[in-house]
Design a protein. Structure first.
Length: 393
């Protein structure tokens, strides 16, 4: 269901609290390494500016765990945002309190203010009503523009919109529109290509594709528990243990529901001791060698499994793409989508950065800014930060 849009919000002369997702990578020298999430929010920010809003931006950065840890200050983000907007954006030293109230009160029509990291307060992730009330008193209206956190019931994503008239920003609207391709009746054949390293997080979500996706291609560290459960020796590769039962049950359900699971059959491994990378088939991985990428046979297998598909959902690299020597598997498989007509979406900030760095972003019709949020959305889960927003009339 579409949500009430910021385009219809009466914002002139009013303080508009905007939850953005500026949780971007920052270098040790304090520079924003990838500003895509900031850039994606610009259309909404420009709209509010032109419409005469007094815009107050709130975001988190990193995991300060409810403590005021200045390593996670939003100052680098404000510097980059100011350059993008072409005007200085002040940063209040706290998300709530006297200074935040004073800075918000001084805003004029068309101006911006950024508040310091929400997660400096434990009340943010705890969805503490008192903290949500303190945030809400800073604004007259609320705009949700942080799709990457709408699957979390936090003070800024649920508590504040319960207290203020609320609207979806343009980015959130587009995320809902694009990802809805996967929640109704996606054009078939439908393939999900999943990788990455968050095995314990993603295994439960894999079940949502059973019976919905026709083909499920699993690579990266996500494939290791599946291979280990079949008795494969993965050499010196670290494998999440204790998942054999869940894996077998998942494979049985997939077979009975007609979802074809495709797993790697060979790898590019790091033998260690300074030896060059080597290709090793499953069942012949040298002792102590660490799997770093899918091998050539698996690349062909995955590429062939994508031929003829009409809908593809991708999340997570198929190897350690941060190391150039082990990025070719992901690059080749994703690049093959350029020759596959259909609708292709990549999900997650890290995945989007991966696609861009590998030069294959152009094969996707859309790259979502949400990782966990996108995965939960396409499985049909109700996301608290979306559920709290009024539906479009």
């Amino acid at each position: 269901m579409a949500k009430r849009s910021v385009a219809s919000a009466p914002v002139r002369g009013r303080r508009v609290l905007v939850r953005v997702d500026f949780n971007v990578p920052v270098t040790p020298s304090g520079e924003v390494a990838d500003d895509r999430r900031i850039q994606e929010a610009v259309p909404t920010l420009r709209h509010l500016q032109t419409a005469g809003a007094r815009t107050i931006l709130i975001s988190h950065l990193g995991r300060p765990n409810g403590q005021r840890d200045m390593r996670y200050s939003l100052r680098p983000v404000v510097h980059r945002l100011s350059r993008i907007l072409g005007e200085p954006v002040p940063l209040a030293s706290d998300a709530v309190g006297v200074e935040a109230i004073g800075a918000a009160a001084k805003l004029q029509n068309g101006q911006f203010l950024m508040l310091e990291n929400l997660r400096f307060h434990a009340g943010e992730e705890a969805n503490d009503p008192a903290f949500a009330a303190q945030l809400a008193q800073l604004g007259d209206l609320f705009v949700e523009e942080a799709f990457g956190v709408v699957h979390r019931a936090h003070a800024s994503t649920v508590g504040v919109p319960k207290r203020l008239p609320s609207f979806a920003g343009f980015l959130v609207e587009r995320e809902v529109r694009e990802l809805s391709h996967f929640t109704g009746s996606p054009e078939r054949p439908y393939a999900a290509l999943l990788g990455g390293a968050k095995v314990s997080d993603k295994l439960p979500l894999l079940s949502s594709f059973v019976g919905r996706a026709d083909r499920l291609l699993i690579g990266g560290a996500l494939a290791f528990p599946f291979l280990a459960a079949s008795g494969a020796d993965l050499g010196g590769t670290a494998v999440d243990r204790g998942l054999d039962g869940a894996v077998r049950e998942f494979l049985e359900r997939s077979e009975s529901h007609g979802t074809h699971v495709v797993l790697p059959e060979d790898f590019l491994v790091d033998p260690g001791a300074g030896a060059p990378p080597a290709v090793a088939p499953l069942g012949a991985i040298p002792a102590g060698a660490e799997i770093k990428d899918i091998g050539p046979a698996t690349r062909r297998r995955f590429t062939e499994a994508l031929v003829g598909t009409r809908t593809v959902f991708w999340n997570g690299p198929l190897g350690k793409t941060e190391e150039p020597a082990f990025s070719n598997g992901t690059r080749e498989v994703l690049g093959s989508l350029a020759g596959v007509p259909g609708y292709h979406v990549g999900a997650g900030g890290d995945s989007a950065h991966c696609a861009q760095s590998l030069g294959v972003a152009g094969v996707f019709q859309y790259l979502s800014t949400g990782g966990g949020a996108a995965l939960e959305f396409v499985q049909g889960a109700s996301l608290p930060g979306l559920a709290v927003l009024p539906d479009a009339e």
